[in-house]
Ligand binder design. Structure first.
Ligand code: ZN
Length: 127
């Protein structure tokens, strides 16, 4: 049994909306890597002119590094989610949407409605 067309269409719409939102968020905090498709690099914040090396800006650069570390964490989370969303869209295109990628069991609509990008059933996801 495969997903009915109406449900697939609903999932596709939801996933495309999320995909657009994720791309917008990523665009704010990261630069798309032109060499790697779908890869983003966190922008390094510039609060101070880095050519100035007076002893006083040590705190500022430490702050920049901390913010950069935060941005990388957020960026990675968004990028991984975007990959999941795009993989789910790919599965809709290929007709394998709604099947657990691990045990190949049919996923319930309730499971997919909770997360349209879910690629494993609750058992395999350890939920
Ligand atoms: Zn499974």
């Amino acid at each position: 049994m495969t997903m009915d067309k109406a449900f697939s269409a609903q999932a596709k719409q939801q996933l495309e909306e999320e995909q657009a939102k994720l791309k917008e968020q990523l665009g704010k905090i990261a630069t798309k890597d032109p060499k790697v498709a779908g890869d983003y690099d966190a922008k390094f914040p510039q609060y101070t002119d880095t050519t100035e090396t007076e002893s006083g800006d040590f705190d500022d650069s430490a702050h920049e590094v901390q913010d950069y570390a935060d941005a990388i964490g957020v960026e990675n989370t968004l990028e991984l989610r975007l990959q999941k969303v795009e993989q789910a869209l790919g599965r809709i295109e290929s007709g394998s949407y709604g099947v657990c990628s691990n045990c190949k069991a049919e996923q319930s609509k309730e499971r997919l409605e909770a997360d349209f990008a879910a690629d494993t059933c609750p058992d395999c996801a350890g939920a």
